[in-house]
Design a protein around this ligand. Structure first.
Ligand code: AMP
Ligand code: MG
Length: 413
């Protein structure tokens, strides 16, 4: 059976980044990747700027930091100074204001004493340039300040505003369609009858898609009926990516692989050596099926059929779907592996590499990991106290506290 690493390789080889779009910049662009170089349209700061509230003066006027100077002007931020400061004079100035002509230092207000129209200073560390940020020190007009591939964090968004860019070329958020399948699955709003179960995977996968930075669209619960399933899959193939859950194993009513194939989706793998989530399918639908017109023209849609059991579905998403979404966005695909020490002995037996829900903690001496109490692939509750999955190699093992394990990190905290 195909291993996780090889399966991930197949996913990444078959997902290509989306074409960039031009977009208005806002906090909603957080986490997206810039698709152009951005140059500054001005010098920053645009003038020699006071870094402190205080007095703008000539450093040479102070002897051992002391002088008594005549106040000639008051310069709040946003005002252009009008008076040149001469020997024996000073202008009161606020943080962020342009400094007046004639001065070379700003002495902070805490080191000044105002006496009527005069100011006494006491700043032994005074020197030319003190508390002044000179024009163009941060950046010059025309200088490239952000490069293609930069991920937009708060500081990038602030800088784009500083250089006057309200629209830029960006890698867009992929649209990701989600379909749950199964005759026994009912919406969360419904009280299930004896043999029914509520749709956990729909909301969970939508949240995972959103957490990965893409836009989820839940299309509904497909009955185990070829026609209904075909209709929802056809709709889903218009998204950049389609995720199905359930119906992908070997049962008689596991109709997903057959309907995908009928719709022209080429399966590139089906089943991966892992637990939970083994019956996972990955395929590509040729552009002919994608009727949407994205800026780059019709594109392939990548398709994931995830295991029906919620934890299998969740693990499959984190191992394969999230890296695929990140590649569409030109982000480092991951997944994020961390080495961590077990907090307690852990004995187990498993016939496949197992991704066991676990709590990853950063301590003074590095990461530790603690497997949670978990009853297998349907047990989503066992994942509530987890923020990661510890990889338990196949076989019969008796890991000891302190042993180093590989951990799949799925949350920052
Ligand atoms: P399947 O692969 O369709 O045979 O599903 C495997 C198991 O996962 C069955 O017990 C299903 O009831 C369960 N399952 C499938 N889809 C969902 C879902 N959307 N939410 C919760 N459980 C599900
Ligand atoms: Mg099913």
């Amino acid at each position: 059976m195909l291993g996780v690493a090889d399966a991930l390789k197949i996913v990444l080889e078959n997902v290509q980044p989306l074409a960039p779009i031009e977009a208005a910049i806002s906090y909603e662009s957080l986490g997206l990747v810039l698709a152009e170089d951005v140059a500054s349209d001005l010098d920053l700061p645009p003038f020699d700027k006071a870094m402190m509230d205080g007095f703008a003066l000539r450093a040479a006027d102070l002897v051992d930091g002391k002088a008594e100077l005549t106040i000639v002007e008051e310069i709040p931020a946003g005002k252009t100074p009008t008076v040149e400061v001469k020997a024996g004079q000073a202008s009161r100035i606020m943080t962020g204001a342009p400094v007046p002509r004639g001065i070379d230092a700003v002495v902070m207000i805490e080191r000044c004493e105002v006496v009527g129209t005069r100011v006494r200073t006491n700043e032994p560390r005074v020197r030319a340039g003190l508390n002044i940020l000179h024009r163009g020190k941060e950046m010059r007009t025309g200088e490239v300040v952000l490069h293609v591939g930069a991920r937009l964090r708060p500081q990038e968004l602030g800088l784009l505003a500083a250089v006057g860019r309200t629209r830029v070329q960006l890698q867009p958020r992929p649209s990701v369609a989600i379909v749950s399948t199964g005759d026994e699955i009912v919406d969360a709003s419904v009280m299930p009858s004896a043999a029914q179960i509520r749709n956990s995977n729909g909301p969970m996968l939508a949240a995972q898609v959103a957490r990965a930075g893409a836009i989820p669209r839940f299309l509904g619960i497909a009955r185990d009926d070829v026609n209904h399933l075909r209709a929802l899959i056809a709709e889903g193939l218009q998204a950049d990516m389609l995720i199905l859950s359930g119906g992908v194993s070997a049962g008689k009513l596991d109709l997903v692989p057959g309907v995908l194939s009928e719709l022209g989706v080429k399966a590139l793998f089906h089943k991966v050596e892992m637990k939970p989530g083994k019956p996972i399918l990955f395929g590509v639908a040729p552009p002919a099926h994608a009727q949407r017109l994205s800026p780059g023209g019709a594109r392939e849609t990548t398709v994931f059929g995830l295991a029906g059991n919620p934890v299998g579905s969740m693990v499959g998403f984190e191992l394969f779907v999230r890296p695929g979404i990140r590649k569409l966005m030109t982000l480092e695909p991951g997944p994020c592996w961390i080495r961590a020490r077990l907090t307690k002995d852990h004995a187990y037996r498993t016939d496949r590499p197992t991704y066991h829900p676990a709590r990853l903690t950063l301590t003074d001496t590095g990461f530790t990991v603690k497997p949670t109490v978990w009853f297998g692939s349907p047990d989503l509750r066992g994942v509530l106290s987890a923020n990661a999955f510890v990889l338990l190699p196949e076989g019969d093992h008796n890991h000891r506290a302190g042993d180093t394990m590989m951990v799949l990190r799925v949350e920052d905290e």
